[in-house]
Ligand binder design. Structure first.
Ligand SMILES: NC(=O)c1ccc[n+]([C@@H]2O[C@H](COP(=O)([O-])OP(=O)(O)OC[C@H]3O[C@@H](n4cnc5c(N)ncnc54)[C@H](OP(=O)(O)O)[C@@H]3O)[C@@H](O)[C@H]2O)c1
Length: 245
């Protein structure tokens, strides 16, 4: 297979696990990272050890003007673009009254505007290829809200509207667009919260544990597969039963 995937935030956590899973499925994989160069190099080396091409690209998603050229570079270097996973993200825990306009704008840029621009840039390549799968990594917080992350929850909820809208717009081209909403996953993003409130959190999760990044990556990878061609505009919860829709 010579299909190409692009994953944002592929240096750590869910993104790194997704890069690995897609490479194991046979994709050549480009991925972005913001600062974790060593981790990104290690992920790339792993992909190459499986005989697939890897292309790590440093990109802070606030640099919105770099998104289109980045996507075009991936297609040029790896031979097209078939799969996009909008995964990069961060949390910032603050009560709403403490959030500055700059905090709000950065979160919306990274969590919502950047995914929009990545999709816009990727679609022409997917149309050329006659195949397209887009997965947006949202969050349980898009469904529940977050008292200490109103900007995070707003960006993640916006991502669900973006998913459904692009699913409608791209259905005539057989390009599918779906969202996943993880609950608590064992990554750096919530290390502090799990350290301080771990026991309380685990008590609320019917399955009694957090997810591994690989478990979330497996769901994302399935949505990127040939077999997932009839799934579009859908939102998938993966939260150990914490919230059942
Ligand atoms: N873990 C959870 O429990 C959980 C739950 C719900 C949703 N999610 C979502 O899942 C996605 C992945 O999270 P994770 O838990 O895997 O987090 P993580 O381990 O902290 O990894 C985050 C990734 O995003 C990149 N990133 C962060 N800010 C960025 C920015 N401004 N520009 C470009 N890249 C940036 C990081 O790059 P560097 O490595 O270079 O910093 C890293 O590759 C996020 O969208 C998050 O909101 C996670």
């Amino acid at each position: 297979m010579n299909r190409v995937a692009l994953v944002t935030g592929g240096s750590r956590g869910i993104g790194a696990a997704t890069v690995q899973r897609l490479a194991q499925m046979g994709f050549h994989v480009a991925f972005t990272y913001r600062a974790a160069r060593d981790e990104a190099q290690a992920v790339a080396a792993q992909v190459e050890s499986w005989g697939r091409k890897a292309l790590p690209i440093q990109l802070d998603l606030v640099e919105l003007g770099r998104i289109q050229p980045t996507v075009d570079l991936v297609a040029e270097k790896l031979g097209g673009l078939h799969v996009l996973v909008n995964n990069a993200g961060y949390v910032q825990r603050l009560p709403p009254e403490s959030l500055t306009l700059a905090d709000w704008e950065r979160m919306i840029q990274v969590g919502l505007t950047a995914p929009f621009l990545f999709i816009q840039a990727a679609v022409p390549h997917m149309k050329d290829a006659g195949f397209g799968r887009i997965v947006n990594v949202s969050s349980l917080r898009a469904l529940t809200g977050s008292a200490h992350g109103v900007h995070y929850a707003a960006a993640k909820a916006g991502l669900l509207g973006l998913t459904k809208s692009f699913a409608l717009a791209l259905a005539p081209y057989k390009i599918t667009v779906n969202a996943v909403c993880p609950g608590f996953v064992d990554t750096d993003i919530n290390k502090e919260q799990l350290r301080t409130k771990g026991a309380e959190i685990l008590r609320q999760i019917p399955l009694g544990r957090v997810a591994s990044p690989a478990e979330v990556a497996a769901l994302i990878a399935f949505l990127c597969s040939e077999e997932a061609g009839y799934i579009t505009g859908a939102t998938f919860s993966i939260n150990g039963g914490l919230r059942m829709d």
